[in-house]
Ligand binder design. Sequence first.
Ligand SMILES: NC(=O)c1ccc[n+]([C@@H]2O[C@H](COP(=O)([O-])OP(=O)(O)OC[C@H]3O[C@@H](n4cnc5c(N)ncnc54)[C@H](OP(=O)(O)O)[C@@H]3O)[C@@H](O)[C@H]2O)c1
Length: 244
Amino acid sequence: MKNAVITGANRGIGLSIVREFANNGVNVWACARRESEGFEDELRRLSKHAGVIAEPVYFDITDRAAAKSSVMSVYKKGGSIDILINNAGISDESLFLMTSLDQLETVFHVNFFSPLYVTQLVARYMVRKRQGCIINIASVSGIENERGRIAYGSSKAALIFAGKTLSMELGQYGIRVNTVCPGFIDTDLWAERPGELKEKILAETPLGRQGTPEEIAKAVWFLASDAASYITGSNLIIDGGRLA
Ligand SMILES: NC(=O)c1ccc[n+]([C@@H]2O[C@H](COP(=O)([O-])OP(=O)(O)OC[C@H]3O[C@@H](n4cnc5c(N)ncnc54)[C@H](OP(=O)(O)O)[C@@H]3O)[C@@H](O)[C@H]2O)c1
């Protein structure tokens, strides 16, 4: 059975990915930064229903020592790490002149440096096995320019760029690296954004509705599955057609 490490797994898109992967027979190591009974109950239910390991792993992804020991403990318990989904992320909405360097650094630490660090830790195990799959959850904000998205958009653009570089460097070890760019998806992250922006985005979206976390999870599962065995270095935009 394959083992998948999924960050930001306690809610939103990450939790949907956990459910999708478990229901497809993959052991899930669901990373979150805070312990929660509701989350653990959900993982127990999933484990029982799907017949897989579904275990919480607690660490803040910006804490390198904690990330390192958590990844090592998953490897020891699971015997391998076959799939890594870098999903944890934070949003940020402020104009460039109002954005402090500290704020930029915080966003980059969560959205860019930490996923790259976790990827380095996991990729070393994958290289030994000469197979693996890494999927970074970036954003359409890393592709289109938007006022007020200097920190978030730049961090996601950097993640998209890194995904392509990693696919070139790690392909020789049988490791596939792909990026998913969600658009307007119904999670807590969107709740913080201005109402008029949501209306504008909906009006520009050919499918005329917001996407669901489950729709992102199904696409992520496709990319992680053997059905996508020749796909690497790709960037899959899932936005109801808006960027088209
Ligand atoms: N929703 C959208 O429309 C949309 C669009 C494009 C891209 N995305 C991307 O999709 C991913 C998931 O977003 P979402 O909408 O599901 O957001 P969400 O509901 O706000 O969930 C974000 C997740 O990231 C975790 N996280 C944040 N900072 C962390 C840290 N320092 N250490 C560990 N975990 C941390 C959160 O944990 P806590 O619960 O502890 O805060 C939470 O599990 C993000 O990378 C986001 O940028 C979302």
